[in-house]
Unconditional design. Structure first.
Length: 256
């Protein structure tokens, strides 16, 4: 079971807010509308055991969470009884280690999602472009490296980017260089979606970058202000080129 304790970004107890705008894609609208109903279920451990590994063996500081010995959730059983799972690269917030999200990321893996969390650019003056490059490297690692004992493989057509605060902005920068997933895309790793949790400003601008990202997105906004100005989730959602869902967490703050 995931270790309980305080973490920077946990599962919110309430997900509500004003009705979102019309969604260009029904699937994105469904995701946004059902977030509240999913919280209670996904807040519990899923059907998979989880192995936590060192992303450093692939040349990048951080952790990787691999679902093993289970079925259901997001996993699909394929040939040779291998479990095919979606891959998620998660980006941390400013001056926060990836370890601070351990409980959340481990819980995601227990539901059949392979997660990579690079632990770079944690200093006072991070390089946002460099962090985006590390996220791109993590996507490549998830898509091309055998996980665990080889019984779990990542579906290259189900790759996602997610981030919190600064990490959300960096995820958008990374997404500009990835084609959107489409049927028959073959072995070329593409991007199935982006999840931006309380996004912060970045250099270059994540708001301008959003104008060219065609992958579906879910953008979460904080209902309470932080101690210092951070970013503008509404602006990010409004600029998004592809299908986008926007929700405000009324009791949420940029810190989580």
């Amino acid at each position: 079971m995931p270790v309980r304790g305080r973490e920077v970004l946990g599962m919110p107890s309430v997900c509500t807010g004003p009705d979102p705008p019309a969604y260009p894609s029904p699937s994105i609208g469904t995701v946004a509308e059902n977030v509240k109903n999913l919280i209670a279920r996904l807040g519990r451990p899923g059907p998979y055991d989880v192995r936590v590994g060192d992303l450093g063996v692939a040349g990048l500081p951080g952790r990787v969470y691999v679902p093993v010995n289970g079925s259901g959730g997001a996993g699909r059983t394929g040939r040779k009884k291998r479990t095919s799972v979606p891959g998620l690269v998660f980006a941390h917030d400013w001056r926060i280690s990836a370890d601070a999200y351990h409980v959340t990321l481990r819980n995601l893996a227990s539901w059949g999602i392979a997660v990579a969390a690079p632990d770079t650019e944690t200093g006072f003056r991070p390089d946002h472009r460099g962090f985006a490059a590390d996220l791109e490297s993590s996507l490549t690692i998830l898509a091309g490296v055998k996980l665990g004992d080889g019984a779990t493989v990542v579906d290259v057509n189900r790759l996602y980017l997610a981030g919190h605060g600064m990490g959300a902005g960096a995820a958008v920068l990374t997404a500009t260089g990835r084609p959107v997933t489409s049927p028959g895309s073959g072995d070329t790793p593409s991007l199935a979606g982006v999840i931006a949790v309380y996004p912060s400003d970045t250099t270059p601008s994540c708001y301008e970058a959003a104008r060219v990202v065609e992958a579906p997105a879910l953008v979460l906004d904080a209902g309470r202000p932080g101690s210092v100005p951070t970013g503008n989730a509404g602006r990010l959602a409004a600029n998004w080129r592809g299908p986008v869902g926007y929700r405000k967490i009324l009791k949420g703050s940029p810190a989580g």
